[in-house]
Ligand binder design. Structure first.
Ligand code: ADP
Ligand code: MG
Length: 351
């Protein structure tokens, strides 16, 4: 066996996802001058002779990223493509092609895989992306979907995470917390159904949150609007893990701090009422919920009027110096350090 029985064993849980990525990539060296940006952003950036090529990949694992008891396969296919397209958007690029790898157990029928692909192809059509290849294998259990998206950007227009500047305005597209509240609803219905299979789901009036969870969109429209307005963000990331986690990525990578104002967080009224129904502060859902796939970006102060004129963009704070840290100005006026998993800390402050 490869494993030395006497060797120290480190549990994956000691590192966590980001710790593991740092660990396995710490000795990676870049040899090709054409590799403009390797590990560490929403997508890798390659020199494509005049243009810049963007490449990103994400894996979705059954039971980890999706639960087929309440996720229709067509929605799953759509979402799997969209989350990758969103990573291209987050680099200020235009998606062009995707490659799709699937591992499927014999629990799935051909018709089920057809549904999955109907969703993937719908996303391709909507975002004008070509399905250009992939790979298919069997799996011992469950379904795995790995999608690679390829995009392009003009020279000098790629937007990274590590280039935010002090006094930049922090902007977010759309509204936050919806996907998380949608997940809470679906999980609740699943439990109710497991307890009593005759129960009909009670999801009327919750469409918006459910759609945010089951059918997210990549904000290519915002990328186009910013371009049309002549605004080039100074740094950008898409919100896959929650606003708190993403603003920390931008600030840590840019060696800056930030202040985000709780009162400015864009939260839909239905989403706020669902969060309250579950006993969760709407701001917590917005900060830590994840899967909204909105864009979080910083812009120079001179672009204030231009971004304010674009519907669906909210200015939620500004970039500060590194020593000031990354903080939330709460509605009650206290400054609370933002943490990636900020639940406990936030609650300790009794907001
Ligand atoms: P995102 O949330 O945008 O999908 P991730 O947190 O998954 O980004 O990844 C962060 C960075 O680490 C990216 O540049 C990604 O390409 C890289 N990365 C993730 N997993 C691996 C891996 N197993 N090997 C090499 N690089 C990885
Ligand atoms: Mg990833």
């Amino acid at each position: 066996m490869f494993e030395d029985q006497n060797a120290k064993r480190t549990e994956l849980s000691e590192l966590g996802e980001f710790g593991l990525i740092n660990h396995i990539t710490k000795n990676v060296v870049i040899n090709h001058p054409g590799t403009i940006c390797g590990i560490g952003d929403d997508a890798a950036v390659f020199d494509a002779g005049g243009k810049q090529m963007l490449v990103t990949c994400d894996i979705l694992a059954e039971g980890v990223h999706f639960d087929l008891t309440y996720t229709p396969l067509k929605h799953l296919g759509y979402k799997a493509a969209v989350v990758n397209i969103s990573d291209i958007a987050a680099m200020n690029g235009t998606p062009k092609q995707i490659l799709v790898g699937i591992s499927v157990s014999n629990r799935f029928s051909v018709e089920a895989i057809d549904e999955l692909y109907a969703g993937i192809l719908l996303a391709c059509e909507r975002y004008k992306v070509d399905l250009a290849g992939g790979d298919t294998t069997s799996s011992r259990s469950g379904l795995f979907i790995s999608i690679t998206a390829i995009g392009e950007a003009e020279q000098g227009t790629v937007v990274y995470r590590n280039t935010a500047k002090e006094n930049n305005l922090i902007c977010v597209s759309g509204d936050l917390g919806g996907a998380y509240t949608g997940l809470l609803l679906l999980e609740r219905e699943k439990k109710t159904f497991e307890a009593n299979p005759d129960m009909q789901p009670e999801l009327d009036g919750y469409d918006y949150a459910l759609e945010r969870q089951l059918k997210p969109e990549a904000r290519m429209d915002i990328i186009r609007e910013l371009k049309a307005a002549g605004v080039l963000p100074t740094a950008m990331i898409d919100i896959s893990d929650g606003l708190a986690s993403e603003i920390l990525h931008i600030c840590n990578d840019s060696k800056k701090g930030a202040v985000i104002y709780e009162e400015k967080l864009p939260i839909d009224t239905i989403v706020a009422s669902i969060a309250n129904e579950f006993g969760i502060e709407p701001a917590i859902a917005a900060l830590n919920g994840g899967e909204d796939y909105e864009l979080l970006f910083s812009v120079d102060m001179k672009d204030y009027d231009k971004v304010m004129a674009i519907p669906g963009i909210t200015i939620i704070g500004h970039i500060t110096d590194e020593a000031s840290g990354v903080n939330l100005m709460s509605n009650s006026g206290s400054l609370i350090p933002i943490q990636a998993q900020g639940w406990n800390h936030y609650h300790d402050n009794n907001i």
